[in-house]
Design a protein around this ligand. Sequence first.
Ligand SMILES: CN(C)C(=N)NCCC[C@H](N)C(=O)O
Ligand SMILES: [Zn+2]
Length: 274
Amino acid sequence: MAANPFTYTKAVVCGIPASLPATALRMEETDEPVDLGKARQQHEDYLQVLTELVGEVHVIPTDERYPDCVFVEDPVVVCGDTALITIPGHESRRGETVAMKEAMEKIGLKIVEMLDPGRMDGGDVLFTGKEFFVGQSQRTNKHGLQQLAAAFPNFPVTGIPVREGLHLKSFLSMATPNHIAMGSSSAALDAKQLIETEGKFKYSYRYLQVPDDIGANCLYINGTIVHANNETFPKSCKVFEKFVDADVKAKIALSASEVNKVDGCFTCCSVLIN
Ligand SMILES: CN(C)C(=N)NCCC[C@H](N)C(=O)O
Ligand SMILES: [Zn+2]
């Protein structure tokens, strides 16, 4: 019998390089600089939660050459026993795939490497447990989508245009095996509509809509939801706190305020393996 896709036994993370505050990619220059010490403390808290929830966490050594290396979700897509090593959409991130491939080999996953002209950031890949939705964004192209479909032939794949925001998961993520957490921007609403019209399982999902797009990015790990806390996204946090579902055993609120400033969020900072 196939394993429950949301039961994880391992995670992969990477630390925060000192080069992140000044040189990580960001969509908009915010006035607020990233506080490196605070970012590392928040990442420590995140690591501790992951360790409690999955047990085994592999840490890729921080690499100063890659200011965005903490966002390990982007150079790989893991589903079942296969790791698809992507060609990240931004050139400055392509070198991150070397350490990721090594980590995936060490864990014993079957490696598939994306080929040119495929481009993909894992942040554009939403796996619902029964199908994939793949953001067609500035980072992920149709060749990337086709190669993902070939790497994971057991699951249908549907493209979703991402016209605003960085990645598909910048406004959508799985809150339970049946619920998609979504923000309230037009990008999030358009994506929901496409899931309902183009997805293979269309109306089988329920939605947990929160006011903030980045506040919708959460993790669902072994029955626990990890979501944004009251200091970072108070209104979205409240929606998660009130949410009750038979598939949710516990909730943990964390802050990712510092990586949020460079367009990162919770899903970006780990690769979950089951
Ligand atoms: C779901 N998301 C948003 C991600 N998987 N990745 C975030 C990457 C942020 C990085 N500064 C960049 O621009 O690449
Ligand atoms: Zn993210």
